[in-house]
Design a protein around this ligand. Structure first.
Ligand code: AMP
Length: 219
């Protein structure tokens, strides 16, 4: 199945996608991770896009569409994928239609207060990308990843002033996708309005939606 996870920054897309990928056996594709990897490797492209990412604004459509198209060509995507952080604009969604047929869009509905609290407390593993949260999903050892022992860090764009900017960018450029996918009959909302809801509860809801969708479409 080809699934898009839609929702504001900090809605939990990465956390849920990393669990869904195990349960569904299809890859989790995060354009944010692809962008950060290019920056980390200091490729020519990485140098070009670092500034956008650090400032919390969107990388130009033509660059990100090319990066995603490359990734979707890999054989592990043949049976489906979970997209996290793409599309983020209507033109990205239109470009995606040319590349792949999307079966389902899960829209995570999360109030701003939760997003701000979550992002201000988020930590990421520099080695395996695992996501932690100082309030809800604390690592067992201070600043060390439970899973691989890597060092944890705060993302450059998780600073309070950048969070605000990213939310504005989301409202202006990405939120129109809710209507875009609703009109196509592909959108299902999942409401997460309590910071302390365990990720597994949300995963159960999402899996329920995927099952119903599969039954309806005879997968
Ligand atoms: P994320 O980890 O999804 O929050 O993405 C981090 C940053 O990568 C964003 O703030 C953008 O600068 C860039 N980025 C990731 N995905 C996209 C996209 N689909 N379109 C444009 N920029 C993106």
């Amino acid at each position: 199945m080809r699934i898009v996870l839609l929702g504001p920054p900090g809605a939990g897309k990465g956390t849920y996608a990393s669990r869904l990928t195990v349960k569904l056996g299809v890859p989790h594709i995060s354009t944010g991770d692809i962008v950060r990897e290019e920056i980390r490797k200091e490729t020519d492209l990485g140098k070009k896009i670092k500034d956008y990412s650090d400032r919390g604004v969107l990388v130009p459509d033509e660059i990100i569409i090319k990066l995603l198209a490359e990734r979707l060509k890999k054989p592990d995507c043949n049976e489906g994928f979970i997209l996290d952080g793409f599309p983020r604009t209507i033109s990205q969604a239109e470009a995606l239609e040319e590349i792949a047929k999307i079966d389902l869009v899960i829209n995570l509905v999360v109030p701003d207060e939760i997003i701000i609290t979550r992002l201000s407390n988020r930590l990421i593993c520099s080695k395996c990308g695992a996501i932690y949260n100082l309030l809800t999903l604390k690592p067992k050892r201070d600043m060390i990843c439970d899973r691989c022992g890597g060092n944890l860090y705060r993302r450059e764009d998780d600073k309070p002033e950048v969070i605000k900017k990213r939310l504005n960018v989301y409202r202006r450029r990405t939120e129109p996708l809710i209507e875009y996918y609703s009109k196509k009959g592909l959108l299902r909302n999942v409401v997460c309005n309590d910071l302390m809801i365990p990720p597994e509860d949300i995963i159960k809801k999402i899996i329920g939606i995927i099952k119903r969708c599969k039954e309806l479409r005879n997968y």
